[in-house]
Unconditional design. Structure first.
Length: 98
């Protein structure tokens, strides 16, 4: 499994708009072929910090996600909401294996 954990720091005045945009991206992403999970997490200690946990069956599925209309709309919508550039860290999923 191909996992990407994306760390996002959002401007304080953009939190609600960021969450709304992420909801739309999440709802479409979980319907994609090869998607296993697409979680949006908000820090309990700092509400401006988010983690996106994206799990796909294969790297090709994750790459296809970046070409979808909903991802491109999300990317463009949230670009100015970020306090700093988001950081995506790739992982190889071991367990569960499917």
């Amino acid at each position: 499994m191909h996992i990407t954990i994306v760390h996002v720091h959002v401007k304080p005045d953009c939190i609600e708009a960021f969450i709304a945009s992420c909801r739309l991206n999440h709802e479409a992403s979980i319907l994609e072929p090869g998607n296993r999970r697409f979680d949006v997490l908000q820090s309990a200690e700092d509400p401006t910090r988010f983690v996106l946990y994206e799990a796909y069956a294969a790297a090709a599925d994750a790459a296809s996600h970046k070409q979808t209309a909903h991802y491109l709309a999300w990317r463009d919508t949230v670009a100015d909401m970020m306090a700093e550039a988001r950081q995506g860290v790739p992982y190889k999923g071991l367990f569960p294996s499917a």
